[in-house]
Design a protein around this ligand. Sequence first.
Ligand code: FAD
Length: 500
Amino acid sequence: MSANRRDFIKYVVAGAVASGCPIDQTLLAAPNDTAPQVEGEENRICHQVRDGHTFTLPPATKRHDVVIVGGGISGLTAAHLLQHRDCLLLEKEPHFGGNAYAMEHDGMAFSTAAAYTEVEVADWLASEIGMEKLPIANWDGTIIQGEFIPDTWGDGLDHLPYSQSIRESFKKFRHEMLGIDVENRIAELDNQPFSNFMKGYAPEIQQWWDGFGPSNWGAVSNESSAALGIWAVQFAGGEKRVDNRYTWPGGLGAISKRYTELLRPKMGERMVGGATIVSVAQQKHEAHVTYMHAGALHTVAAKAVIMATPKFITRRIVHGLPQKQNDAMGKIRYQPYPIVNLIFDQPIFNKGYDNWCPGNRFTDFIVADWVVRNKPGYKQKHNILTCYTPLREHERALLLTEAGAQKIAAEVLHDFQMLFPGSDVNPKEVHIYRRGHPLFMSTPGQYTKTMPLVREPMERVFFANTDSEGPESTTAMAIQAARRAVKQAEARLAGKPVAA
Ligand SMILES: Cc1cc2nc3c(=O)[nH]c(=O)nc-3n(C[C@H](O)[C@H](O)[C@H](O)COP(=O)(O)OP(=O)(O)OC[C@H]3O[C@@H](n4cnc5c(N)ncnc54)[C@H](O)[C@@H]3O)c2cc1C
C-alpha cells in the first residue's frame, strides 16, 4: 500500500501521559523539604513539584467519614462498598475507570486497556452490580507466518508453522512447566526470572512469552517472576484447563461504566472528577486531603483515607510514610503501554478472541465485540480490533508527543497489514490511547517481598489499587485491594484494631 493511501486514514490520539497533576503554576509556593510531591510523567509543573516545590495548603472546609483517592476500579469498588457512609471519591481525570475505561465508535464500545477478568470476579460483579456474565470460551490463538493457529497452548502446538523439532521443543517446555508445583515453591519461583526455565529450548518459545509477558504483566521473560510465567503456561496448557475468562463489549471499561451509573445518583457531589490530589496528611484525630479542582485548592478532612492511586504517585503525596514502605513503593516499576484500536468498516478478523502475534510492534489483538457477536439480532457494524502495544521503559518518551504516539500507531497498522492474507486493508480510523505508567511490572521478588510492605496500613491511611496486591496487575486484584482497604477503614471508624 502506498504512503498516500495511508494519509487518508484518520488518526485519533487520546489519553493523558502526564499522570499526576495539571496544576496552575501560580499555586506553587517556595521549596520546602517536607513538601508532598506529585510526579507527572511529562508535565513541566509536576516536575517542579517533584523537585521540591510545595503548595500552600488551605484549611479543611468539609468533613467526611472516608475520602477515596483515585477512581479506577479499586476506588470505584471502595466507593460501592462504602455507599452507606458519607464518603467522597476524588479522581484526577474527567472520567472514572483508570485503566478500565472504554470508548465508543458509532455506538460500538472498545477497550482502551483492560480486556477480561476471571470467573470469581464476574460472579461477584453479577451479584453486586448486576452485570450479565459473558464468557469468552475461546483459547488464545497465534498468528505466525500469515497463518492463524487456534488454541496455541492446547492442540495448537501440533500445528505451529515451524519445523518438527521446534514444535517438539514447545511441547517439551509445556510438559516441564505443567510438572512444577508453584504453590509449594512460590518463594523460590517468585524470586527468579521466568527465562531461567527456557534455557535449552527453541528461541521461538522465549519470543512467544516475550510478547505474552509484557502484554499481561509488564515484563519480558528475563524480567518476569518465574512463578507468574509458569502459572500462565499451566492455565493455557493444563490437562484439566477451563477457560474461565469473562468480558463485555468495551472490555473491563464496562465495569467502570456500570459502577459510575449506579454510584452517581447516590453520591452526587461526593463523586468528583477533574480533582487532582496533591497532599494527604494525617493529623491527630483525622486526615487532611488537599486537591486541585477547577483551578483552586481545597482541603477536606476525613476519619479515614483510602489511597487507590498507583504507588509511584501515592508515595509522593502521602506525608509521613515509613521509610521502608516508601522505599518499597519506589521499587515498583511501571510499563508504558498504549493501546491502538483499528476500526474497519468491513469484517477483517473474527476467528479468535485474543490473538498473539510474535515479532510485531503489538503483541496481541482482541476482537472488541467477541462476547456479543453471536447474540440474536446483533450485527457487527464495524470490526474493531484492539491492538495491545506494550513498550519498553526506554520508549516511554515516544508517548509524550502526538507525533510520537502517531508513529507508534502507524507502526502497529503497518505490522497488522502484513500479518495475514486479507489484513492489508485500510481501517476507517486508528485510535491510540496513551498511558505512561499504567501497568506495574511483575518483576522477580515483587509479589513475595515488596507487596506485603507496600500495603501496610497507616493510622488513618489505607492502601488500595492493584499494585498493593500482585502477583499481576489485574482488575481482580484492584477489587481485592479495595475490599481489604474498606475493611481497614471500617475498623478505624469503629475504633477497632486494624488488621494488615
Ligand atoms: C493495556 C492494559 C491491559 C490490561 N488488561 C487487563 C486485563 O485484560 N484484565 C485485567 O484484569 N487487568 C488488565 N489490566 C490491568 C488493569 O487494568 C488494572 O489492574 C486495573 O484497572 C487497576 O485498577 P486500579 O483502580 O487499581 O488502578 P488505576 O486504574 O491505575 O486507577 C487509579 C486511578 O487514580 C487516578 N489518579 C492518579 N493520580 C491521582 C491523583 N493525584 N489524584 C486523583 N486521582 C489520581 C488515576 O487517574 C486512575 O483513575 C490491563 C492494564 C493495561 C494498562
